[in-house]
Design a protein around this ligand. Structure first.
Ligand code: IDC
Length: 454
């Protein structure tokens, strides 16, 4: 075995080189953390499955939590313009979103089953909607994001009403996307108007086998009675299929502790739940915002690895919209393009997913001025940095800052005392910011020096 016949000296050199290589690679990664591309959610997890209460990666067996955004109705002009790779990429890269829900209303304005006032033929309306779904699925797939195809029943109240249309639709969708690991089917958004769990069950027992015939292991989401609130009721009598989850929807200015209690009952009974829609608004999508309650919800969902999707990716002038009312940007949104709800929700997403591309570091301190005042004192004035919790001052009598001392202040002026006369002091300052108990530092200012004469 010639290859192993190396003398020790060469071996040592070789190990040295290899270690240097590793060190360099680590160094580059440390220096450029923002440019290191993380694997996408789908690359990491592949197809999903349901195990007990949890959504799990078929590839790794570990739990997967989706943080998603729901479109507004893809039938609506405040919804479909955001079905694009650019828009989804912004959500993925800037706001830690790993899944999209494509909400296709079945009734109302351009509804799939009841086109309302649309003048186009039903065939045209349906093919337009299907092509929007395809655009969305392809964009999500290219970006390694999961995607829900949502049969968005609402004013039709019971999924039984358009069951025959649903059968055709899901047959076609599941055939088309059978080989897509990232596609999830949601078969009835929000049954309401007194639709019972047994009505929904009978619908689900019709639709699920149709999907399964094409796509044997797809995850399927089933709506629950009373606008997808009664997960407690469902948990007493779930369906008998594998890879099924049940929907809970909440709007935090309306649905609070008593609804979380329903979720707790469902979890205690072992029901797999997915929150395919939530808003920080009232149930109407409008009205006031309640982020304190929304935080309680997200804390509970995170604790239980439950996936959630925010309603909705829209610039419609209503509280729940994530984009600022009337903004014309279709992607590339910065914080200032988001609505108050959007800012809150997407900041939570970044925090909760530990997105390393968001930085809490304050900006570099632009300017400091030093003034020796009477009594061996040195007054430091710092140019204010926005969002800083305070400033850290580092000073030394050596240019190299050897044996430097540090001190902190929350003000933009600070006086160092008991300094040594006739010594030159070197000073630099950096801002810091405390977020959730963690301190983040900005870059140091340029070094300034002053000789203590008085
Ligand atoms: C709302 C939209 C609103 C639209 C209305 C149509 O936000 O712009 O006019 O639908 O009826 C749901 C539904 C979802 C609702 C949302 C807010 O699933 O379609 O969207 N909501 O009311 N359930 C609870 C709240």
């Amino acid at each position: 075995m010639k290859a192993w016949n190396v003398n020790k000296g060469n071996m040592r050199k070789w190990i040295g080189k290899a270690m240097l290589g590793v060190l360099c690679a680590c160094g580059v990664m440390l220096m450029l953390p923002w440019t290191v591309k993380a694997a996408t959610a789908v690359e990491t997890n592949g197809a999903l499955k349901v195990e007990g209460k949890k959504l799990v990666s078929q590839k790794t067996g570990t739990e997967v939590q989706l943080r998603g955004v729901s479109t507004h109705g893809i039938n609506w002009d405040v919804g479909y313009p955001y079905i694009s790779k650019a828009a989804f990429k912004t959500l993925r890269d800037k706001y830690s979103v790993n899944a999209i829900r494509l909400a296709m209303y079945t009734t109302e304005y351009y509804g799939y089953c009841d086109k309302g006032s649309a003048w186009e033929s039903k065939e045209t309306v349906q093919s337009t909607l299907k092509s929007r779904i395809d655009t969305g699925v392809q964009a999500a797939t290219d970006l390694g994001m999961y995607v829900i195809i949502d049969w968005h029943i609402l004013n039709d109240q019971t999924p039984k009403k358009y069951q025959s249309e649903a059968k055709k639709f899901f047959k076609e969708m599941s055939a088309k996307y059978a080989n897509y690991d990232n596609v999830i089917y949601e078969i009835c958004n929000e049954p309401n108007g007194g639709t019972s769990w047994s009505d929904i069950k009978s619908y689900a027992n019709t639709i699920i086998p149709i999907i399964r015939a094409n796509d044997s292991d797809a995850v399927i989401i089933v709506g629950t009675p009373t606008w997808s609130q009664d997960v407690d009721v469902v948990s007493k009598s779930p369906l008998s299929y594998d890879n099924v989850m049940y929907t809970l929807h909440f709007y935090s200015a309306t649905h609070q502790q008593s609804y979380r209690d329903k979720l707790q009952v469902a979890l205690d009974n072992g029901l797999p739940v997915m929150v395919t829609e939530f808003g920080v608004s009232e149930a109407s999508g409008a009205g006031s915002m309640n982020t304190a309650e929304a935080k309680k919800w997200l804390d509970m969902l995170d604790k239980n690895d439950i996936s959630y999707f925010a309603w909705s990716l829209s610039n419609k002038d209503e509280t729940a919209s994530l984009l600022k009312a009337g903004t014309s940007k279709k992607s590339g949104w910065t914080k200032s393009d988001l609505s108050p709800a959007g800012k809150w929700v997407l900041t939570q997403y970044n925090k909760r997913s530990g997105n390393t591309t968001v930085s809490y570091e304050p900006a570099k301190v632009g300017k400091i001025t030093l003034k020796n005042t009477k009594g061996k004192k040195l007054k430091i004035t710092i140019k204010k940095v926005s969002n800083a919790t305070g400033y850290q001052i580092k000073y030394s009598t050596k240019k190299s800052f050897k044996n430097a001392k540090t001190t902190k202040t929350t003000k933009t002026a600070y006086t160092l005392k008991k300094l040594k006369r006739e010594k030159t002091y070197y000073v630099k300052v950096r801002a810091y910011r405390v977020v959730d108990g963690k301190t983040y530092y900005g870059s140091y200012s340029a070094v300034k020096k002053v000789k203590i004469r008085k």
